[in-house]
Write a protein that binds this ligand. Structure first.
Ligand code: SF4
Ligand code: SF4
Length: 301
């Protein structure tokens, strides 16, 4: 369990990892206090920039229509233009010349960042040119344990993992397949592999002082009764923040009625006993630039 002293200004001072209290250091606090997704206060002051360098995905979520950006972290129904790592770097230079409040550079799609080598090349280029900018990524978590060392070397500061179930019997209803190490898995086996890697990935990221957020898609009749269990688990693991995202009914879940804003709020309140809840999410695009809800990427097309 973490000890939370104050809400926003001094978020969490100690995180327990494998039973030991690990104190937060100033760089971790900066990665919360200057990150618009991790701090509501920062969202008014600072912006983030997404680099759409990662088109391929290695799993199939039953709520995702793959012709659009990954809906685990991006606004549904939007298709971002894919950039090469070099183009992404040029885009950053261009934006930084004109906009001075961007504190975070992130890869969030349009597919799964860790399944595209371009993500690593992009972070390499960003680290060389802009070593102080916060580097952030969102992932389905399947490859996180396999790539965490490289991510640490590249100075990844913050990561978001989409975790929709901690019970493979529920997970098997959310994922059609998982492609891992050259083989396609389905059903419970697929959900088990994904879950094992997501939990291991979270554990490894927390151990390395990467600040972790978990996104959880609230899917009525599928995982809605299970979300509190997820919150308890991730709270115990030292995850900093949970973002509960209401289902957008599409693909295999097109028939499911999405949760109302009230139902989502109720769920956030219940979960906030176990983990801090994000309440200012704007579901950004995989190519978003600017402050949350005040995007300016259309200026750079
Ligand atoms: S991880 Fe993202 S891109 Fe891949 S299937 Fe799921 S929502 Fe779609
Ligand atoms: S939307 Fe997700 S990936 Fe993008 S900057 Fe925020 S936390 Fe990072």
């Amino acid at each position: 369990m973490r000890e939370e002293k104050k809400k926003e200004e001094a978020p969490l001072l100690v995180t327990k990892v494998e039973g030991k209290g690990i104190p937060w250091d100033p760089t971790q606090l900066r990665r919360v206090q200057e990150h618009p997704c991790f701090s509501k206060k920062a969202a008014h002051l600072f912006g983030r920039m997404h680099l759409a360098v990662a088109p391929k995905c290695n799993i199939q979520c039953n709520y995702c229509l793959r012709k659009y950006d990954c809906v685990n972290e991006s606004r549904p129904g939007v298709t971002s233009k894919v950039l090469t790592p070099q183009e992404a770097l040029e885009r950053i230079k261009e934006v930084f010349e004109q906009v001075h409040y961007i504190k975070v550079v992130a890869v969030a799609g349009p597919g799964e960042p860790l399944y595209n080598e371009e993500t690593f090349e992009t972070f390499r280029l960003v680290k060389e040119e802009f070593p102080h900018i916060i580097r952030c990524m969102s992932t389905n978590g399947l490859l996180l344990p396999d790539r965490i060392e490289e991510l640490e070397e590249l100075g990844l500061g913050n990561v978001t993992i989409t975790l929709n179930a901690i019970d493979p019997n529920i997970g098997k209803n959310i994922y059609s397949f998982v492609n891992y190490q050259g083989k396609r898995y389905r059903g419970r086996e697929a959900a088990e592999i994904l879950l094992r890697n997501q939990l291991k990935g979270i554990e490894e990221a927390v151990k390395r002082k990467i600040v972790v957020k978990v996104n959880t898609v609230l899917i009525p009749t599928v995982n809605d009764k299970h979300i509190i269990d997820i919150a308890k688990k991730i709270g115990e693991m030292g995850v900093y923040l949970q973002n509960i995202i209401p289902l957008i009914p599409q693909y295999k879940f097109a028939h499911i009625t999405p949760p109302t804003p009230h139902e989502k709020k109720e769920m956030q309140e219940k979960c906030s006993k176990y983990v801090k809840e994000m309440t200012h999410c704007r579901q950004c695009r995989a190519d978003a630039i600017g402050r949350l809800g005040r995007d300016i990427q259309h200026c750079y097309l």
